[in-house]
Design a protein around this ligand. Structure first.
Ligand SMILES: *[C@@H]1O[C@H](CO)[C@@H](O)[C@H](O)[C@H]1NC(C)=O
Ligand SMILES: *[C@@H]1O[C@H](CO)[C@@H](O)[C@H](O)[C@H]1NC(C)=O
Ligand SMILES: *[C@@H]1O[C@H](CO)[C@@H](O)[C@H](O)[C@H]1NC(C)=O
Length: 466
């Protein structure tokens, strides 16, 4: 692939002060090398603006400029990091991620500047357009598969630096806005992007079956944690959840805080059976070992409660997801999350193998809520997920393509068999698939790879930047 980068350079603003001093707006885009001199000029300009501020200027403006002044060296540092990771072909997705965050924060600062009456006159619309263009470029870059170039040492350095920043609390990252519980802020699902994350993680190629994701309703302080469950025994069972403090650490395989054990041995009572599990509200929901029931494992108290499924529910690999050539063993129960909480998708004898969908009420103890019966045959489905109260089912098209072909709307009861949205695969089989309502990402576990896609809806939240 050709080396095309694209380095974001800021920026910033044109200040026309009454004293006729001008701070210059700089924007640089480069095919290949990063224009450090231009960044320095922009930095100097920001610095000048800052020092030239007189006490008459608002305190707010001053602090915003100061903020901007601090962001620029950080951005330069991150861009140098990105350059170091260049192996002649691609840049590290991690650095892009970090730099995109930088851009987000700078954009936020710009927005604040814009929103004050004083700055409204000073910030040019042109700059806004350029930032918008940059954002699009960064998003494109994000889709590159760059795992070969992610070097552990550099990533570790970065993690340490991020940790320092967090400790110092200098640059708090804005939390994604959460849609109100039980309602869906989005319209129809329109499409799925190309893969946004693609990683072999910590155990490349070791476990074909598994699942990963993030808790949509995390406990305080665990907002950016990601979890991974691998079927470590016979492709069927798991007895622990592995945690990573951020997406970056999951990608480079640095697990802090490590494992939370459900049981010391495997398989045993309460073992996780099958890959389609979810984490929600600090608890893991999964198919309990050798049972037609959902287990809920409270990660804090380590206690387990179960939700019985209706009589006739197929379990122990008797109601699996399949395609023409293969069934995925022990995929009887598929747990799912969406904006309204936890769901379970399964099939029963009395439904003749068609998919059944039930809400899992998260109370104490958890209970089976409302249930819907569909007319789609589970053996013809490779996986399912929930988004905004709608059940979606996929089928295998080829090694490279999976199709979202079916939907069931729980609000209207309407079924559709003609969805026709295609998912680009980077490995032939999807063993687990789940939607994350926090960031509208679709997390897939594909033959030991962790892949994620952005779900595109009819109406997107304007504020979402990633
Ligand atoms: C800046 O403010 C103007 C006037 O309020 C508004 O029209 C414009 O959309 C704003 N730009 C940004 C990037 O927020
Ligand atoms: C959906 O997304 C894929 C991958 O980004 C793209 O190739 C395709 O053209 C999109 N389809 C529609 C209908 O927009
Ligand atoms: C886990 O247990 C703690 C302590 O009893 C409780 O406060 C918390 O709500 C439980 N979490 C879930 C998801 O049940």
């Amino acid at each position: 692939m050709k080396l095309l980068v694209i380095v974001p350079l800021c920026v910033l603003f044109t200040l026309t002060q009454q004293s006729a001093e001008n701070c210059v707006c700089e924007f640089a885009q480069s095919e290949k090398s990063f224009p450090h001199d231009k960044l320095k000029t922009a930095q100097a300009a920001a610095s000048d603006c800052n020092s030239n501020l007189t006490p008459q200027k608002t305190v707010e403006l001053e602090s915003l400029l100061l903020g901007l002044h601090h962001r620029l060296p950080q951005l330069e540092k991150d861009v140098s990091m990105l350059e170091k990771e260049d192996d002649g072909e691609l840049y590290g997705v991690l650095s892009l991620y970090v730099i995109e965050n930088e851009m987000t924060e700078i954009k936020q600062l710009m927005d604040k500047l814009n929103s004050t009456a004083l700055e409204r006159e000073l910030l040019t619309a042109d700059t806004t357009q350029r930032l918008q263009d940059l954002r699009e470029e960064m998003q494109e870059l994000e889709t590159f598969d760059t795992m070969q170039v992610v070097k552990r040492q550099q990533a570790n350095q970065r993690l340490r630096r991020d940790l320092e920043q967090c400790k110092n609390g200098l640059h708090p990252t804005q939390q994604p806005t959460k849609p109100p519980h039980g309602t869906c802020p989005y319209g129809q699902l329109l499409n799925i992007t190309e893969p946004r994350v693609y990683t072999a993680g910590e155990y490349p190629g070791s476990y074909k079956y598994g699942a990963w994701g993030r808790d949509p309703k995390p406990e305080a302080g665990k907002e950016s944690w990601h979890w991974l469950i691998m079927m470590t025994s016979s492709n069927r069972y798991a007895h622990y959840v592995r945690f990573y403090s951020t997406l970056s650490s999951l990608i480079i395989g640095v697990s802090v805080p490590g494992n939370i054990l459900i049981h010391s041995s495997n398989p045993a009572t309460n073992t996780i059976q099958g890959p389609n599990n979810v984490l929600y509200g600090g608890a893991l929901y999964y198919n309990c070992y050798n049972k037609d029931a959902v287990c809920r494992f409270n990660l804090t108290t380590k206690s387990i409660t179960t939700v019985e499924l209706p009589k006739g529910t197929r379990y122990n690999s008797k109601g699996n997801f399949c395609h023409l050539d293969e069934c995925y063993p022990y995929t009887d129960l598929d747990l799912a999350t969406d904006e309204s909480g936890v769901w379970v998708i399964y099939t029963t004898t009395q439904d003749f193998g068609n998919l059944v969908l039930s809400k899992v009420e998260e109370g104490e103890p958890p209970k089976l809520g409302q249930t819907w019966h569909t007319s789609v045959y589970k053996l013809a489905v490779t996986n399912t997920f929930m988004a905004c109260g709608v059940l979606y089912a996929t089928r295998y098209v080829s090694k490279e393509v999976e199709e979202i072909f079916y939907s069931f709307n729980t609000v209207t009861g309407k079924e559709r068999f003609n969805i026709g949205i295609f998912i680009k695969k980077l490995a032939p089989n999807i063993e687990a698939l789940n939607y994350s309502p926090v960031d509208q990402m679709l997390h897939a576990y594909c033959d030991s790879y962790m892949v994620s896609y952005k779900v595109l809806f009819e109406l997107m939240d304007d504020q979402s930047w990633s």
